[in-house]
Design a protein around this ligand. Structure first.
Ligand code: NAP
Length: 490
């Protein structure tokens, strides 16, 4: 075994991003005795996606008691699916409680990270430099708005913004609001706004399957009992876990599983029973299988789109004009406000930061075909660079907090090797990464995501980019790293 070259607390760790995964990293590093770590955060507040997405109706589609750090249960969640501001407040509260705030450098965007002389050399947008032994990218999955390439978009004379950049100074009361897109975001916006604005038009390119899962409120008495008896909360968390993992996450990986057919039936019944007008019902009927795109949970979308204020526009968009949207049938849809609920570039991860690994290898070049990482965590030749919720991890209807906790536990075990002096540099081996990728691509073919729809779950080759196996398999592989899969350099 190599000589111990580092002392325990001597490793400097830089974390990029102060969202859910960055806050988690800081807490767990401190707990493990690391003293020299810092989070670089481009914004001025913590919260990541929950800081950026503030659109009306925003809520998490993973039950709140599951979308919670395992070590910091929250008895006060108001609903099964918590609203965005509650989630953001939760992360802020946790960051304060665990003393994470003082480890964050706000307003500092990492522009480049270069591995040279055994360390990471970082440059921020402000021109500051820093170095690190270990780099953890906690940069999230969906954070770069996808701005559609629609002719004339910039000519719109009213207010226009992406759903993740909601402009709360724009009044909506009595206004004609158009929303492009029918993903989870647009569905929530529709439920929240259709009845409240002057006129609401939803521009649908592809219909969505909607699973009617109730978003029940927790009563004051229930919340008080969670506070009094945390075991109640733990047991609720277990039940929700079983419902999400057994009922949905494990179903979607087998396109023909009985559970998958149950989901389809629930969605179909919802459509048949929930939409009165046969013409509208047909417009809302997807022509692909349920859960091929991310499954949407809503009990109020169909009501909202049937509100007298609301119109579902299925005619394709020709162009945006100063006064509104012109559809291919020649009709001009006059609008005051245009919302682009058009999703995100899902293949960015740590980018646009430039990441240069061993011997000048550029991550952009390595990922030119598609982003990939061994077990979603490590890329060959990028030593001591680890990702949380990186490419090919489970991003279905899982709690990404649970996923990040697993991943961080795994990463910390890799770091233990460095702390113990077994090696100084760790990155996945090319052979292990290729083997993993081949198996992943092959398994993805049996998933519901491969049954013939377009979604952000697919890479540019139409291959599911998400973890295609059971949640339990993910938990198993995260339990203990197989060091044979890594290049360890002393
Ligand atoms: P999304 O699921 O990627 O949906 C984007 C929508 O925009 C799609 O309906 C897409 O149509 C449409 N679109 C894109 N470009 C277009 C164009 N040029 N013309 C017309 N339509 C266009 O994005 P999202 O709704 O923001 O959701 C992304 C993910 O964020 C979700 O899947 C979920 O993981 C997460 N999220 C979760 C929640 C929640 O927790 N409830 C809420 C919001 C978001 P096509 O379908 O035809 O491509």
């Amino acid at each position: 075994m190599a000589q111990s070259k580092k002392i325990t607390n001597d490793l400097r760790v830089v974390i990029i991003g102060a969202g859910m995964a960055g806050i988690l990293s800081a807490i767990k590093l401190r707990e493990a005795g690391y003293t020299d770590f810092i989070i670089y955060e481009k914004a001025n507040r913590v919260g990541g996606t929950w800081r950026e997405n503030t659109y009306p109706g925003i809520a998490c589609d993973v039950p709140a008691h599951l979308y919670t750090y395992s070590f910091e249960p929250n008895p006060n969640w108001s609903q099964t699916f918590a609203p965005g501001d509650e989630i953001e407040a939760y992360f802020e509260g946790v960051a304060h409680k665990y003393g994470v705030m003082e480890s964050i450098r706000f307003g500092e965007e990492i522009k480049s990270c270069e591995f040279a002389d055994g360390r990471w050399h970082l440059l921020t947008a402000k021109g500051e430099r820093d170095t690190a032994d270990i780099l953890i990218a906690a940069t999230g999955v969906l954070h770069h708005p996808n701005i559609p390439d629609i002719p004339g978009l910039d000519t719109f004379a009213g207010a226009r913004f992406h759903s993740a950049r909601w402009d709360h100074t724009v009044p909506l009361e009595g206004k004609r609001v158009g929303v492009i897109g029918t993903g989870s975001t647009a569905i929530q916006i529709t439920s929240a706004l259709a009845a409240k604005v002057g006129k609401f038009e939803l521009f649908q390119r592809t219909a969505q399957w909607i699973m009617p899962i109730e978003n029940a409120h927790y009563s004051e008495a229930e919340r008080a009992s969670f506070t009094r008896d945390p075991k109640l909360m733990a047991s609720l968390r277990d039940q929700l876990h079983e419902m999400m993992i057994g009922g949905i996450a494990n179903a979607v990986i087998k396109a023909d599983s009985p559970e998958m057919h149950m989901i389809e039936k629930a969605c179909l019944d919802n459509l048949e029973n929930g939409v009165k007008d046969p013409g509208l019902r047909e417009k809302l009927r997807p022509n692909y299988r349920a859960a091929c795109k991310r499954l949407i949970f809503s009990t109020d979308f169909y009501d909202a789109i049937q509100h007298p204020n609301a119109e579902l526009v299925t005619e394709a968009i020709e162009a945006v004009e100063p006064k509104g949207i012109r559809t291919k049938d020649g009709r001009l849809h006059d609008l005051d406000v245009l919302v682009l609920a058009t999703g995100f570039a899902a293949d960015r991860f740590v980018r646009p930061a430039r990441v240069i690994g061993r011997d000048g290898i550029d991550l952009d070049t390595v990922w030119a075909d598609r982003p990939f990482a061994y077990l979603s965590i490590s890329v060959p030749n990028f030593p001591n660079f680890f990702m949380l919720n990186g490419p090919n991890g489970p991003v279905g209807n899982f709690s990404l907090i649970q996923i990040a906790e697993f991943q961080l536990g795994y990463i910390m075990q890799l770091l233990d090797q460095i702390r113990a002096g077994t090696c100084q540099q760790i990155s996945a081996s090319l052979a292990a990464t290729e083997k993993f990728d081949e198996a992943r691509i092959s398994a993805g073919k049996g998933s519901i995501w491969s049954t013939g729809c377009k979604s952000w779950y697919l890479d540019k080759h139409g291959v599911p980019a998400s973890w295609p196996w059971a949640y339990s398999r993910f938990a198993e592989v995260m339990a203990t790293p197989e060091l044979d899969a890594y290049d360890l350099v002393s």
